[in-house]
Design a binder for this molecule. Structure first.
Ligand code: ADP
Length: 229
């Protein structure tokens, strides 16, 4: 098995691309969904966050008020680091479990949809392939304004708060250009899908797993025989 890291910029078309991969039967793990799951009420990360940030960040329902927490960490890098240190171990553990599940199910690769993939080296080194969903600035702005009902200034502020897509392009192994129509991006996803399907990179880990099972299986037989006779 191998890992494919996928990312983009706001409204560049990441969800659109992920939907096509899912229609093709690919295993996709969405880091945003996992990040939301691990802070559900009464999970370990939830308790740690309440201990550190106080009950003021809770909604009446007991759930974490994501907007409130978002504005706290937006204005303090210390608090952002604190929140990351509380949640990241659980996010990583959950994602690892899901990757293992797909491995056991026989998937050759898993696509990890990670918003900040290109902002940090930490995750990229585990990816056999990295994919960036690019979109030209004009289309990105107008699609974001339309989708989120934002003014031009509001949409621009959100785009400018991210690493520029051109910079991310330089870091990616594959760039899917979503500046054109939906048919064009679909065609590009089909091409990349064909490449990933044809890749033999998945064999290495499979062989390693078989070798490990053979060795430990042999060891288990040996010990059993010694114990019995
Ligand atoms: P992201 O997940 O990167 O934020 P989305 O996939 O949600 O971006 O796309 C942003 C918006 O642009 C959505 O409303 C989507 O329907 C629209 N969109 C995506 N790709 C295209 C395209 N090629 N042509 C026209 N609209 C598109």
């Amino acid at each position: 098995m191998f890992l494919v890291g996928l990312s983009g910029g706001i409204a560049s078309g990441k969800s659109t691309v992920v939907t096509v991969f899912q229609e093709l039967g690919c295993a996709v793990i969405d880091a945003d969904i996992v990040a939301r799951q691990v802070v559900q009420p009464n999970t370990p990360a939830y308790h740690l966050i309440v201990q550190s940030f106080g009950r003021g960040i809770l909604l009446e329902s007991g759930e974490i008020n994501r907007e409130e927490l978002g504005s706290i960490i937006f204005s303090s890098s210390e608090k952002r680091q604190l929140l990351n240190s509380l949640t990241h171990p659980y996010i990583q553990k959950t994602m690892l479990k899901q990757i293992l599940k797909y491995f056991v199910l026989g998937y050759r690769y898993v696509i990890l949809d990670i918003p900040l993939l290109f902002e940090t080296n930490k995750l990229r080194k585990f990816m056999k392939h990295t994919v960036l969903v690019y979109c030209d600035p004009q289309n990105q702005l107008s699609r974001l304004m339309r989708r989120n009902g934002l003014s031009e200034a509001e949409a621009m502020a959100r785009i400018l708060s991210q690493l520029p897509l051109d910079e991310k392009c330089r870091l990616a192994d594959h760039v899917l250009d979503n500046s054109g129509d939906r048919e064009s991006i679909r065609r590009q996803v089909l091409e990349l899908h064909a490449k990933l399907e044809a890749s033999l990179d998945y064999l290495l880990l499979r062989l390693a797993a078989v070798a490990m099972l053979t060795v430990t299986g042999g060891l288990a037989c040996f010990l059993l025989r010694r114990a019995l006779f």
